[in-house]
Design a binder for this molecule. Structure first.
Ligand SMILES: Nc1ncnc2c1ncn2[C@@H]1O[C@H](COP(=O)(O)OP(=O)(O)OP(=O)(O)O)[C@@H](O)[C@H]1O
Ligand SMILES: [Mg+2]
Length: 317
């Protein structure tokens, strides 16, 4: 651009000198003209550099557009349309010789156990052993390389994933709150729920009184830019969500690991009501939470080390 600007100036000078010599232009006219040319080239130059700095952004936009239009693998699968949508979920879940690896290293090896309708099973074991992986398989985020998971006797592989996710409520250690009112945050799992239903769920999660104590009650904005809640209160909001969603299958992934023992004791009460009548997977490294489960599956090194009723297991630890 500098070269072009220089050449332009030279051309203007040359024409200017010629015009002045001819008497068609005064010196004053020429100086004014030169000034305008300088202003104009400066403006064109900055327009050009702005465009240049937009280039990487345009490339990123293309990449973003690509990402947003990506279709999940299972939807590209031409068999996907044949996926089975069961009428209802009774509640029996069976892991049958399930083995799984994310890459080359096997994570789960030959896992077999069964959970009966309405029963709660605690998956316990050291960090990195594959507990969350088992849940990922149950949510059909991954498919086992060998063996299978059965829901009411039907292989999960053939079950519609949208239907599946609708049957599952999750309370985890990481609670995601929207920058929205408490009411809408609780409604997250069931957007068309009425106010009375939200209140009933909040009561069961023992958070109703706290909400009523806030100046705006259920209309209090929480999350990012709203009122800050304690970990225990966030946990209760997510328990209220699960009560409202009222799903037959429940996953509690270390729901009390971030809170102190005292808060855990009171939250445990709400959780033990929540698990009633639902097939539940409780992931916990605290045996204190395992006692709301009907049975315990202990996992070591990707395999089941011990399984039994929680009383039997508690005796051995
Ligand atoms: N998305 C992934 N890709 C590759 N490897 C993974 C992935 N997720 C987990 N792993 C690996 O699989 C193994 C089991 O992980 P997983 O998260 O299931 O353990 P966990 O029992 O839930 O542990 P924690 O108690 O710490 O939550 C670990 O070695 C982990 O590094
Ligand atoms: Mg985990």
């Amino acid at each position: 651009m500098d070269g072009i600007q220089f050449m332009l100036m030279m051309a203007v000078m040359w024409v200017g000198v010629y015009e002045i010599q001819r008497g068609a232009m005064t010196m004053g006219d020429f100086v004014a003209f030169l000034g305008y040319v300088l202003i104009m080239t400066g403006a064109v130059y900055s327009l050009f550099t702005t465009y240049q700095s937009f280039q990487p952004m345009l490339a990123s936009m293309d990449r973003l557009k690509e990402l947003f239009s990506m279709v999940p693998e299972f939807e590209r699968d031409k068999d996907a349309r044949k996926l089975y949508v069961p009428e209802a979920f009774i509640g029996r879940v069976k892991f049958d010789k399930v083995s799984f690896a994310y890459g080359k290293e096997p994570v789960l090896k030959n896992i077999s156990f069964e959970v009966l309708p309405g029963e709660a099973v605690a998956l316990v074991g050291p960090s990195g052993v594959g507990k969350t992986t088992m849940i990922n398989l149950l949510l059909k985020l991954y498919i086992p390389q060998s063996g299978a998971i059965y829901l009411d006797g039907v292989n999960l592989k053939g079950i519609d994933h949208v239907w599946l996710r609708r049957q599952i409520g999750v309370v985890s250690q990481e609670i995601f709150l929207f920058n929205d009112t408490i009411e809408n945050n609780i409604k997250y799992g069931k957007p068309n729920a009425g106010h009375d239903e939200v209140v009933a769920a909040a009561r069961k999660a023992q958070i109703h009184d706290f909400i009523m104590g806030l100046p705006d009650g259920y209309n209090t904005v929480i999350g990012e830019r709203g009122t800050k809640l304690s970990v225990g209160q966030r946990q209760r909001i997510s328990i209220a969500r699960a009560f409202l969603k009222d799903s037959p299958l429940l996953i509690l992934d270390e729901p009390t690991s971030a809170i102190d023992v005292e808060t855990e004791r009171s939250i445990k009460e709400s959780l033990s009501n929540l698990v009633k009548g639902r097939t539940t997977f409780i992931i916990t490294y605290r045996m204190s939470l395992a006692d709301i489960a009907d049975k315990v599956v202990g996992i070591v090194d990707g395999s089941i080390a011990r399984a039994g009723t929680n009383q039997e297991i508690l005796k051995t630890v």
